[in-house]
Design a protein around this ligand. Structure first.
Ligand code: TXA
Ligand code: MG
Length: 316
């Protein structure tokens, strides 16, 4: 494939991106969480080429992105719990797993043959404009080669996938910077499948109940694999005193740190900068170096940040 086309964010560009999707092609699209690798969720060939472009080892289920709540009933059943969550948090960085409608028309590759489907209404205006221009359901995992760091800029997408996908729609940096929080909302008991860009505490506040983590069962998602988001070098966590030669990444006051997730110790800023910082640290440390992260508190978005850091540090 020739170089990946860089499409600018204007009405012509959106129409061009929608045309590529209609033709079964792949376009990387900005969302408020991370860039997604978008394809027509009804087109088996398009969905299969998403897996091929990423080099995903298995056919794990993908998230279906929609422009509007009214479209959901064509693909899934909106349970009472899901309705409540949708009202509180959509559009936004929350994905709900819902009962799949048997006549959804979605490619079975999108759902890995499960009888449930993950759905998200993104808040990012460019993602929403493309969804409207396309007029259908878009399947999109994060737009990075399998196992590598998620992209939060168009350049990150090109670094990983140039020549492997048709185009990237350049929408600048992602505002949230972490993948969506995923909840199983198939029953009235919400279960957390992945911590992400919406803090669990916010969900618990809206529902007035505790949200338990799901028991890991049949679904082994790439984001659930122990080693993921991996830079080339070694990663160490909870480092308050770095070794000489470490690329030390601070959180809060860390005198001498080369990089920082947030000098002010702000978790929202740290989330938005996490994947940028991992990319930058990877460049500085190289394959033989060590990236050492200062401790990040395990509350709010800190839970999702620590989840991604633990996977980046896991043995490969
Ligand atoms: O923020 C995000 O969620 C980004 C943007 C592009 O929307 N997407 C993303 O996709 O992170 P991906 O493929 O990296 O993660 C999708 C996750 C997988 O871990 C998968 O297991 C889970 O969604 N998933 C999808 N369908 C599911 C289902 N029916 N049941 C349980 N989990 C499901
Ligand atoms: Mg991913």
């Amino acid at each position: 494939m020739p170089d990946t086309l860089i499409i600018t964010n204007d009405s012509l560009g959106l129409a061009q991106a929608a045309d590529i999707l209609h033709a079964g092609g792949l376009v990387a699209v900005p969302t408020e969480t991370v860039y997604g690798l978008a394809g027509d969720a009804r087109n088996d060939r398009a969905v299969a080429s998403i897996f091929a472009a990423k080099g995903r080892p298995r056919f794990n289920p993908l998230i279906v992105h929609l422009a509007d709540l009214s479209e959901i009933r064509r693909y899934a059943t909106l349970t009472p719990l899901a309705r409540q969550l949708a009202q509180a948090f959509w559009p936004g960085p929350l994905t709900l797993v819902l009962p799949l409608r048997p006549d959804s028309g979605l490619s079975p590759l999108v759902t890995s043959g499960l009888d449930s489907v993950a759905i998200r209404l993104p808040a990012d205006p460019i993602a929403r404009a493309l969804l409207s221009a396309f007029g259908g359901p878009i399947a999109a995992p994060s737009a990075n080669p399998s196992g590598q760091i998620s992209p939060v800029s168009a350049q990150h997408v090109l670094d990983g996938l140039n020549g492997r996908i048709d185009a990237v729609l350049d929408g600048g940096d992602c505002a949230v910077g972490l993948e969506s929080t995923i909840l199983d909302a198939t029953s009235q008991t919400p279960r957390l499948l992945r911590a992400g860009g919406l803090a669990v505490e916010a969900i618990e506040g809206a529902l007035g109940m505790r949200v338990e983590a799901a028991q890991s069962d049949k679904i082994t998602a790439p984001g659930q694999l122990a080693s993921h988001y991996a830079p080339r070098g070694r990663v160490r966590l909870d480092v308050t005193t770095p070794d000489a030669g470490d690329i030390w990444v601070g959180f809060g006051p860390c005198p001498g740190a080369k990089l920082s997730l947030s000098q002010a110790g702000d978790l929202t800023q740290a989330a938005a900068r996490l994947f940028h910082t991992l990319h930058d640290a990877d460049t500085l440390a190289g394959a033989g170096g060590t990236i050492a992260f200062a401790p990040v508190p395990e509350t709010g978005l800190g839970r999702a940040i620590n989840d991604r850091l633990r996977r980046a540090a896991a043995p490969r």
